[in-house]
Write a protein that binds this ligand. Sequence first.
Ligand SMILES: [Zn+2]
Ligand SMILES: [Zn+2]
Length: 402
Amino acid sequence: MADDLAELRHALHREPEIGHDLPRTQRKVLDALAGLPLEVSTGEKLTSVTAVLRGGQPGPVVLLRGDMDALPVTEATGEPFASRTDGVMHACGHDLHTTMLAGAARLLSARQPQLPGSVIFMFQPAEEGGAGARFMIDEGVLDAAGERPAAAYGMHVLSGMLDRGVFAARPGPALAASDALNVTVRGRGGHASRPHVSADPIPAACEMVIALQALVTRKFDVFDPVVVTVGSIHAGTARNVIPDEASFSATARPYSSEARTRLRDETLRLVRNIAHGHGLTVEAEYAEGYPVTVNDAAEAAFATATAADVFGSDRTTTLAHPLTGSEDFSFVLEQVPGAFVMLGACPAGTDPLTAPSNHSAVARFDDAVLPDGAALYAELALRRMARRVGDAPISTVTAPVA
Ligand SMILES: [Zn+2]
Ligand SMILES: [Zn+2]
């Protein structure tokens, strides 16, 4: 399938689309699935594709997810299949995810009569900030096969960091949450020479910024860390005028659900109490972005062991730390135990430690990983469905397709 997969990936890459509405990408996915024994449905609020493969034997449901959207980046890779749309590029490798998932659908469809269970293929738009996974959950992807999945797996290619062809996972947190703290302190403006008859919001806002850093070091375990960075602060128009209000906003990055809940509660309490201590009012919100992506420990171990069994232990590794980005597959993993697996995809001959990272205009991903990614998706579904007491093991997808 390697040539077919490379061809599909190049077609997706040439015509990248952003956000929830990816009609040309959706068309290519539907074409790639045509003729397979799948129940295919498409999204209402977004151009998602959900395909269900019902195996010939009874068994559990497994969900496999691949995202489909691109980024607002002007491609500068010089690849022969580079984007033909100005300002839009598959810079995060989602064209590979879509392709690998379509490949897995083909591999598993060829074994439909023997499959002990069902597989949901989740082709998802709008990963890059649009929470497409949440939209698909709202539209019922988790119930597409009639019962909740027993497990869910996602994969992500990396243009650097990992050696090409190496699969990596870890138990527990895999990626950070990405939240925002927005604060407006309100006082009463006046003449800067008469602060005692005004209510100055600026010193209180400054105190909050410093106190937030003390909060990070005094209230959070160094082994379950959080990052709070105030990246924007605004107040006032002239040095001799006390303004009515001062505002700032911060990015907040917790790496566990527990730390996230505490970070929300503690930051809001802190800024409110500082404001009240000065007789000021405050409007503060902790806006949640994507949750922490948390791998189920057993499913992460299973995914790593499966990759090691199929491709060799030299091609698998356990990540020492979570990655600092965030992922909306986290919404799926909040409801279904599963694992998110990284796959090194830097081009042959490049050093992963210096190769441009995902989201770069010169990020390149090697087609060579496509068959292995498709095989791992399929293998994870096969083995997870077959994992029942008393079942005989069934042949793996690395055997020739009958
Ligand atoms: Zn990305
Ligand atoms: Zn991505």
